[in-house]
Design a protein around this ligand. Structure first.
Ligand code: PBG
Length: 327
């Protein structure tokens, strides 16, 4: 044999040894499960492109939130699909709009067992499918949109949401929402900013999940996938505007950005393993080309290793069960 100063394989020699020295240990409590609530249906509707995920009727929200809490995960993120969409996205600010009704149901079921987050964006509510309101030329009007986000935030806070997920990528949205909440006395509502959100091809199945009517793309407000430094700039701006949590989205194609944001942020960092990332694993697993459990656990471990404190994933409940078996 050849004498060597160090033999790294020694720490890989058995399962107990690997468990002893493992650097990254994901926990169920850091997982967040997205839930889709559709107005006007009375039974869950499977989403073909998102295996195991369904659009839920309002009446099923309590059960879904209870099940998530029982699974031991940390949170749920609510998205809603209204029956009527208009150019201004009016249902978003209506206390009796489907998302705000769903928040009330979710908060009632959650008690203090699980955190309830709500998506704060207009794309599910607008007839044109954009994340904001349009100006006369048909462009997304930044400053008019953040004013609507402020009203939407107050409606969500009034409904009892614990965390608002600002996913619209408008400039100044965090500051506008923070100011609107302060003006109404909502001091315990946390803001999760989708700080570095890229204009990604990996959102495909999500558009099915919310029956999106988008024509065109979101490239004038979501980020260019080619830009790394800009991701850290967006996160720094959102933190300065008062974001309590900053998120990078999608996750695995952007682990460089996630690591950068985690290195510079003084607030917790989240990663969103988006619909297309999830669907890739599901489709390959359904064909027998990949081990579903191992692939989801590896994806989660990689996001946490890169610096995510919180991971939003459609596999949250299964992951919680697998993590429980492993520990
Ligand atoms: C916008 C929003 C999107 C996603 C979350 N919030 C879609 C988009 O920006 O087009 C995508 C999430 C996913 O793909 O899982 N409100």
């Amino acid at each position: 044999m050849t004498p060597q100063p160090r033999r790294p394989r020694a720490l890989r020699s058995s399962a107990p040894m690997r468990a002893l020295v493992r650097e990254t240990r994901p926990q169920a409590r850091q997982l967040v499960l997205p839930l889709f609530v559709k107005e006007g249906i009375d039974a869950p509707r499977a989403i073909t492109s998102l295996a195991g995920v369904a659009q839920l009727p309002l009446a099923k929200v309590r059960d879904a939130v209870s099940a998530a809490a029982d699974a031991g995960i940390g949170g749920v993120m609510l998205f809603a699909i209204p029956t009527v969409r208009d150019a201004a996205g009016s249902a978003a600010c209506d206390d009796n709009g489907i998302l705000n009704l769903a928040i009330r149901e979710a908060v009632a079921a959650a008690g203090d067992r699980i955190v309830v987050m709500a998506d704060l964006c207009l794309d599910e509510f607008t007839s044109h499918g954009h994340c904001g309101v349009l100006d006369a030329a048909g462009r997304v009007d930044n400053d008019a949109t953040v004013e609507v986000y402020g009203r939407m935030a107050v409606a969500q806070a009034r409904a009892g949401a614990h965390v608002l997920g600002l996913s619209g990528m408008m400039d100044g949205q965090v500051a506008a929402v923070r100011a609107a909440l302060e003006a109404e006395g909502f001091v315990d509502t946390a803001l999760l900013a989708y700080a570095a959100k890229y204009a990604s091809a990996f959102y495909g199945p999500f558009r099915d999940a919310v029956d999106s009517e988008l024509v065109g793309d979101r490239k004038t407000y979501q980020m260019d996938p080619a830009n790394r430094r800009e991701g850290t700039l967006e996160a720094a701006l959102d933190e300065a505007e008062g974001a309590d949590i900053v998120m990078v989205k999608p996750a695995l194609p952007y682990l460089d950005v996630l690591a950068d944001v985690a290195a510079q942020s003084l607030v917790p960092v989240a990663a969103y393993h988006v619909s297309g990332e999830y669907a890739q694993i599901e489709a390959a697993a359904a064909n027998g080309w990949i081990d579903r459990r191992a692939a989801h656990l590896e994806a989660l471990t990689s996001m946490v290793r890169a610096g995510a404190d919180i991971v939003v994933t459609y596999a949250a409940v299964d992951l919680a069960a697998w993590l429980g078996e492993d520990s």
